[in-house]
Ligand binder design. Structure first.
Ligand SMILES: *Cc1c(COP(=O)(O)O)cnc(C)c1O
Length: 357
């Protein structure tokens, strides 16, 4: 494996206070970078001071959006060790996204070492306060200066880090969600399964529209029939109907979340029936009418679990669990965050340490 060279920063930044952290606005002292050239492969892995990039304006990323990204976190434990949650899942997904976008795949153990090396050198940036973490953003961009529509022959893989505050400052809190009727996020055969920029650029308009009406996120329907539930915002979605939990199956247009996979595993561990299958919006609304819809929540790395307190569809509001967090949602949240911060047993070996060099 290629050795990662390290150029330490000579101008260390002032670190923000743990209680002033906002998502994604401040970055640490270093970044990871590695290049690719057709015929040569990935080369020159290096940790360097965080700095702007110099790029050709014709670089293909700017024109055709050939790019992928990931999102995961590093957590500080009570023993002051730093740990990652299922990083291999994110790296595998990064490579699946790469394959979809005609980007050359990365060596998975190299990518993990890159994350560990970078987080280690900036380990003092992992905040201490409860619920805080260091967000890790790996991404790949197409860099060849060429305006033809074809896959780039050169790429850059980078990782940047951003300290983030507790998602729930005042305790886990249900949000209002509006069903999106006009726009769709993805279709089978499209790029919805990949974490690629265009999916997010294309969904901002729906998010802006519902935000004006006081909703936190949109609930996406399938692009084909607009009847089936896909995701909520950029989270996967779960519904507790009676004794069982249902979640949309990975149909080809849904992002396969690491949190989603972990939630399903926990529920199974607890003996709860989980069904991964197509879910009609009408089924959920019927369950609500019958008093069977007990809980609903989104799942993703940022919030872990985001309970839904209200669903808005066709001029009608459907309040879920009296706008409060359900017992199962809370149990999933407490268990997952407990594993992430090292206060709860980790029976599936999801935790990977960031060793101190
Ligand atoms: C990243 C993402 C998720 C959640 O994935 P996690 O691995 O759980 O963070 C869900 N949906 C979309 C569209 C996403 O981009």
């Amino acid at each position: 494996m290629q050795t990662i060279s390290i150029t330490p920063s000579e101008n260390k930044k002032q670190k923000p206070a743990d209680d002033s952290l906002v998502f994604g606005r401040q970055f640490t002292d270093h970044m990871f970078i590695m290049d690719y050239e057709e015929g040569r492969g990935w080369y020159d892995p290096r940790v360097v001071p965080y700095q702007p990039l110099e790029m050709d304006p014709a670089a293909m990323i700017f024109h055709y959006g050939q790019t992928v990204f990931e999102g995961l976190k590093a957590y500080r434990t009570k023993q002051d060790t730093i740990q990652l949650f299922r990083p291999a899942e994110n790296i595998k997904r990064l490579n699946r996204s790469n394959a979809r976008m005609c980007i050359p795949t990365l060596d998975e153990s190299m990518a993990l070492e890159a994350i560990q090396t970078l987080v280690d050198i900036d380990r003092d940036w992992v905040p201490h306060k409860e619920g805080t973490s260091l967000y890790i953003r790996p991404f790949v961009i197409a860099t060849e200066p060429y305006l033809g529509v074809s896959a780039s022959k050169t790429y850059t893989f980078m990782i940047i880090l951003s300290p983030v505050g507790a998602y729930y400052e005042a305790g886990i809190n249900p949000v209002k969600i509006a069903v999106e009727n006009e726009y769709i996020r993805a279709v089978k055969g499209g790029t919805g399964e990949a974490k690629t920029a265009g999916n997010y650029a294309g969904s901002m308009i729906a998010q802006e529209n519902v935000a004006k009406k006081g909703y936190a996120q949109v609930l996406w329907l399938d692009g084909h029939e607009r009847k089936y539930i896909e995701e909520v915002g950029s989270m996967n979605v779960f519904f507790k109907i009676g004794d069982k939990v249902v979640t949309p199956h990975l149909s080809g247009s849904i992002l396969p979340g690491v949190t989603r996979k972990s939630v399903i595993q926990l529920l199974k561990d607890w003996g709860i029936t989980v069904e991964e299958r197509p879910i009609l919006l009408s089924e959920i609304l019927d369950a609500h009418k019958n008093g069977q819809l007990e809980e609903a929540f989104g799942s993703g790395t940022a919030a872990v679990i985001s309970p839904m307190g209200e669903l808005f569809y066709n001029d009608q509001s459907y309040v879920i669990n009296h706008h409060t967090t359900g017992a199962l949602s809370k149990r999933v949240y407490d268990t997952l965050t407990g594993i992430q911060y090292g206060t709860v047993d980790d029976p599936h070996n999801w935790i990977v340490d960031v060793p101190k060099k």
